[in-house]
Design a protein around this ligand. Sequence first.
Ligand code: YSA
Length: 348
Amino acid sequence: MDIAKEIEELTNQALQEIAALGELKALEGWRVLYLGKKSQLTGLLRGLAQLPVEERRAAGALTNELKRLLESSLEEKRAALQSAQVAALQEQGRLDVTLPGRPLLQGRLHLTTQVVRQICDIFKSLGFQVVEGPEVEWDYYNFEALNIPKDHPARDMWDTFWVDYTNEQGQRPMLLRTHTSPMQIRVMEKTSPPVRVVVPGKVYRYEATDATHESMFYQIEGLAVDKGITFADLKGCLFEFARRLYGPDRKARFRCDYFPFVEPGVEMAIDCFACTGAGCRLCSNTGWIEILGAGMVHPDVLRRVNYDPEVYTGFAFGLGVERIPILRYGIEDIRLFYSNDLRFLKQF
Ligand code: YSA
């Protein structure tokens, strides 16, 4: 049959049928029949390639026009049937368009992410850059380069998940990083001073969990190295950080502490939120809550990354992230953070 004739007949037939349809379900049948993969229209489109060149252009234009017509008729009919359906439901009183819609569940940032961002923003405003590093780490970066050689008693401070790593050269000790401090070495190896970075990330400890200890938690490391950095800069920077995080009314203090990669080392504490220094269960009756470890970068650590300790000095610190919201909101168990209980997570 002449293709123009065939298209004309098909158009008339399709339009007559669609005009007679009264239900959305039947409309789907019409769509399959006239626009589906096995429809006459699809056959016509496929057949175009076999037509002689002189006929192909005109036949192609007619077939595409038919396709557009069928598609627009389908959309128009669908809209008309849908409004008729709504009107009928309203008529019967089964559709109350004044009812409020069902709210869509909205996701939110995890509490830890919120706090990490807040802390990083404070340090960014103090001139620090945010960088990240690997969670599976070499023994060298996690311990050796930080003045903690094998059999050093300080290794007991960080119970470790070891990972066996073997290649053609043999076995090399790998681990899940126990703190973010290895990034101090990685950053200094790659950068010349001045350095000012903070490093947020997960760390892992092979220890029993309890209300204040998780085997996976977050730390934020800080490192600043330059000419003429002194302990006063460390104190000024961290006290300013505490002031911005907790407000001007909180007190902060430093006390001596030991970490093999700093000299001198300190712990920083702030006065207890719950008792404002008087002593309570939360602060074990001390009136103070430790939030981070810090110190002046040890000269041997600087030498190991080819920084001359006669020219450059620096400070570093590492804080436990969960401890900040635990104290702020009085959260009683750190294990709530990562047990995926929406009743807990939705509160923040
Ligand atoms: C010290 C000096 C520096 O120059 C730089 C960094 C540091 C910190 C050191 N790398 C470190 O990890 N010290 S720490 O073992 O005392 O941990 C730091 C903080 O992590 C603690 O103050 C505590 O808030 C948190 N933390 C430790 N073990 C934890 C934990 N949080 C949850 N669960 C655990 N199991």
